[in-house]
Write a protein that binds this ligand. Structure first.
Ligand code: TXA
Ligand code: MG
Length: 344
């Protein structure tokens, strides 16, 4: 299959491209679409066969449910059973990088929910995503548009790398603004529970719902996560990765990088802008300023993919403290590094 990549200008959206994407989706085909978090691999969320194609194409484990994307709140009511007052309060954050889990309605195919009785719904703020969903007039199932286990794609080139030849169309909307996936919050039970941290942090959500808690698995590595997707190897570059956190991290990475290089190991370094110059002699990418975690989340996945392109054997990366947006970033880095994190 030939994969077409069509670029959309955000300031002047070409309706022909929106229609083309929507028609493919209505026809049961898969289309990669931009969102503000990461690119999604979209399909008609009410079409069982189309959703199965998502699992085949991504090589996604069948027990990992999909998120349905909507383009207005009215679309929600057919898809879920019961919307709590707590959920309604969170509507203030919609459209945006927040996914809410509800009891599912009968309309939802089992493939979407992986056989479970709840469904995840997201109302993205990205204009291109919303126009495609509106034009298709369907809830669009869309996991991140990567092959399972790889870092999520934040631009069309990274989508193409994973999906070339497997889907008919990638809609290129430029770089994803946020760069890490949405916050997933379960509202189907008594206490609202964050299953995956994202741009909206525990601290931010508690300002709206003071009783929000983190899923036990986000606090204790030995607990099985409630969100199936959280238990798999994930966000992983080809190279082995080690993460260091703390005041001495940059010095430590420098010493380690030197010593590995002397052993003939091809090292790649991911550090902050403030320290980047001292790493001249290595393949290196900056996360941006240490004081700008938004920039770090924006560059994290594309930097990991860039390291693979450079062909490094080992990535040495500086991590951040585990709170606010740092928690969401470290949730990804921990998985990318298969738990290899040292606090210095
Ligand atoms: O930002 C995002 O959320 C992106 C963009 C494309 O919208 N999508 C995304 O989808 O990250 P995916 O499939 O890569 O991650 C969805 C996460 C997985 O961890 C999955 O297990 C969890 O949400 N999830 C989906 N439905 C669920 C459900 N009913 N109960 C618990 N967890 C669920
Ligand atoms: Mg994913």
């Amino acid at each position: 299959m030939e994969t077409e990549v069509l670029k959309v200008d955000r300031d002047n959206i070409d309706q022909k491209i929106i229609k083309k994407a929507a028609n493919l989706l209505k026809d049961g085909k898969l289309v990669a679409i931009p969102t503000e978090t990461v690119y999604g691999l979209g399909a008609n969320g009410l079409d069982d066969l189309a959703c199965r194609k998502i699992f085949e194409t991504k090589n996604r484990p069948a027990d990992n449910p999909l998120i349905l994307h909507i383009s207005n709140i009215d679309m929600l009511y057919n898809l879920v059973e019961g919307v709590s007052d707590e959920a309604r309060k969170l509507f203030d954050l919609w459209p945006g990088p927040l996914t809410m889990i509800f009891k599912k309605s009968k309309l939802i195919p089992d493939t979407v929910t992986a056989g479970g009785d709840t469904v995840a719904i997201r109302f993205p703020v990205d204009k291109i995503a919303r126009e495609i969903i509106s034009e298709a007039n369907l809830p669009i199932a869309a996991p991140s548009a990567n092959i399972s286990g790889r870092p999520s794609p934040t631009n069309a080139v990274d989508c193409f790398f994973d999906l070339n030849g497997k889907i008919p169309l990638i809609v290129d909307g430029g770089e994803s603004k946020i760069g890490i996936e949405s916050t997933v919050i379960d509202l189907s039970e008594d206490v609202p529970t964050i299953l995956r941290p994202g741009f909206y942090t525990l601290e931010m959500l508690r300002e709206i719902l003071p009783n929000v808690r983190l899923d036990d698995a986000l606090v204790d590595d030995n607990v099985v996560p409630k969100s199936p997707g959280q238990k798999y190897k994930h966000y992983a570059p080809k190279a082995r990765m080690q993460v260091y956190v703390g005041k001495r991290a940059s010095d430590f990475i420098y010493k380690k990088a030197k010593s590995y290089k002397n052993q003939g190991i091809h090292v790649g370094v991911l550090v902050f802008e403030e320290d980047i110059d001292r790493f001249d002699e290595f393949d290196r990418i900056s996360f941006g300023s240490r004081n700008d975690l938004n920039q770090m989340s924006h560059t994290l996945f594309s930097s990991l993919r860039q390291m693979d392109k450079l062909g490094v054997d080992l990535i040495l990366a500086e991590g951040v403290m585990d709170n606010n947006l740092g928690k969401s970033i470290m949730n990804r880095m921990k998985k990318s590094a298969a738990g290899n994190i040292e606090y210095l």
